[in-house]
Design a protein around this ligand. Structure first.
Ligand code: SAM
Length: 281
């Protein structure tokens, strides 16, 4: 599976986001392991309340790359804007998000399939645009930021969120030590196009950056079986056929070649809050 960075390869997006179950399995394994770090949707809500001029009277909130809709639902419940629209390229995830929203009648949230390089909203129509853990899927994140700028009303806020380049590197070490992929530590980071080190710079080209927060998130996976649940969804390794997507098969060589023990790993999560210049240069 070598070649283009899998997070940037259009041919691999169906494999990554074609079924809601992969993203759910990945998130569940990671969240069970989490020991420090605030819940990201709640942190975004706090940043909007702290930086928007009228957070209690928000109009449209756009959640780009909304995935299964978890953040969009939180924004609708906590910020109570006129409407939240979650946008995602993956039809299966939009369908899943719509099903979740149907179980919460009355919540002002809707979901749309679309590409964040060309936002299906009028210029100046959004009070808040969020892009959490998705800009690293774009080979042209600058284009997405320019679209966010176009979509924002004067004084509107963008909240961009990503991870550090070397997130979860202890997992790479484990994969290499178990001989699953001897080059595991040499692959390009999945987050190379939009990461903790370049996110504020990306935002600053079109927007006024108001705040940058780096937060260390720590994770302790109980045992090899738990790590394998997460690793099985990680497209970055060159694994033997039959291992990718198969936690049971992946756990077997881990047990065989490395003593079973908890694995602790970290990721820096970076939040950038930026404001539309509203016509100012
Ligand atoms: C890791 S998920 C993040 C989900 C959610 N924002 C969160 O914080 O959990 C990345 C999402 O970006 C979406 N995505 C990737 N490329 C996209 C594009 N060009 N336009 C819209 N969404 C895209 C994927 O389909 C996926 O749902």
């Amino acid at each position: 599976m070598s070649g283009a960075n899998p997070f940037l390869d259009p041919a691999r997006q169906e494999e990554l986001y074609g079924h809601a179950s992969r993203l759910a399995g990945r998130s569940n394994a990671l969240m069970r392991a989490k020991t420090t770090g605030r819940p990201v949707p709640d942190t975004i809500v706090g940043l909007v309340r702290a930086h928007h001029e009228r957070p209690d009277r928000l109009g449209l909130v756009l959640d780009l790359g909304c995935g299964r809709g978890t953040s969009s639902l939180t924004f609708a419940q906590e910020l109570r804007p006129r409407r939240v629209v979650g946008l995602d390229a993956a039809p299966a995830l939009i369908e899943h998000a719509l099903q979740r929203a149907r179980r919460m009648p009355g919540l002002p949230v809707s979901f749309l399939q679309g590409d964040f390089h060309l936002l299906p909203v009028a210029a100046g129509s959004c009070d808040v645009v969020v892009a959490a853990f998705c800009l690293y899927h774009s080979p042209r994140p600058q284009t997405v930021v320019a679209e966010i700028d176009r979509a924002l009303a004067p004084g509107g806020l963008a909240v961009l969120v990503t991870k550090g380049l070397d997130s979860y590197r202890e997992m790479d070490q484990l994969v290499a030590a178990a001989g699953l992929d001897p080059r595991a530590e040499e692959h390009e980071s999945l987050y190379v196009s939009a990461h903790s080190g370049n996110l504020a710079g990306l935002a600053a080209v079109s927007l006024d950056v108001l705040a940058v927060e780096d937060e260390e998130h720590s994770f302790t996976f109980d045992c090899h079986d738990h790590v394998a649940e997460y690793l099985a969804t990680n497209p970055k390794y060159d694994l033997a056929p039959g291992l990718y997507g198969n936690p049971g098969a992946l756990a077997a060589p881990l047990h065989e070649f490395v003593p079973d023990r908890p694995l602790t790993t970290q990721s820096i999560v970076t939040f950038v809050v930026a404001r539309s210049r509203g016509g100012r240069p």
